[in-house]
Design a binder for this molecule. Sequence first.
Ligand code: SAM
Length: 280
Amino acid sequence: MTFNDPGDAPSTGAPPSEINQIVPQSARIYDYLLGGKDNYECDRAVGDALMRQLPALPVMVRAQRSFLARAVRYLIADAGVRQFLDIGTGIPAAENVHEVAQSLAPDARVLYVDNDPIVLAHARALTSSTPEGATAFIQADLRRPETILEHPLLAATLDHDLPVALMLIGILHHVRDDDDPYGLVARLVDWLPTGSYVTIAGPGSDFDPAVMSAVAASAEQSGIPYVARSHEQTLRFLDGLQLVEPGLVPIQSWRPDVEGAPDVYGWAGMARKGARAQAG
Ligand SMILES: C[S@@+](CC[C@H](N)C(=O)[O-])C[C@H]1O[C@@H](n2cnc3c(N)ncnc32)[C@H](O)[C@@H]1O
């Protein structure tokens, strides 16, 4: 099933909402760091401030993007997964989840979720599915998982009898501890069918604690939630699940497909929900 046949309305879960050009937003800062054009002056100012703290930040976001593609390829080719729930999608860039997945398995089905209206504005690009597969987009907030799990496009896009790959790439650091990030992930994991996978990546506080806390302070000063987490704190998101080799490792070291990728200050990992997995 597709939701993007010519003439159809974009497959989104919410009407277009206002794009604020004055308040910086993480999706647009990320776009700026990736060299994209979907950003405003306020976003570039924050991006520049973050790069003053960590000049290698563009290398890190590219490494994270490339991890996303490697993870999707692994999930399709090695794990045999055909369904994806990608939360914190971002503005479309090279190798979006459905493009990587459907190039290997045209019947792959992808539901994208992001809370930023600028991503909604790109929904048509994100929902250009193969005829055999399906893609859809919901504008919703990870901090309110029921708005994702109870959304009609979830059941319309993903078959709950089959494994789903939950992708949380570059989003969990935007959820502050007060918002109970572990509880939120546990609710999503509870919903996942047995045999599903959870993939995470995000900044690590323990690579260079002084630099990472300066980056976090700079982002927070601009109103962007930013919580870099240690290896132990990041691994906790995968509690009760079966870690896929090589475990939770620096982003560039997770099943690399090129030699000598530069070191970056972030953690990446994937885990499988077995029959007896306990979330949280
Ligand atoms: C750094 S980008 C990551 C994009 C993409 N996952 C990637 O790896 O290239 C983070 C994305 O998460 C979204 N985001 C942040 N907080 C969110 C929340 N509470 N609910 C849904 N999306 C959120 C932002 O709007 C942004 O598009």
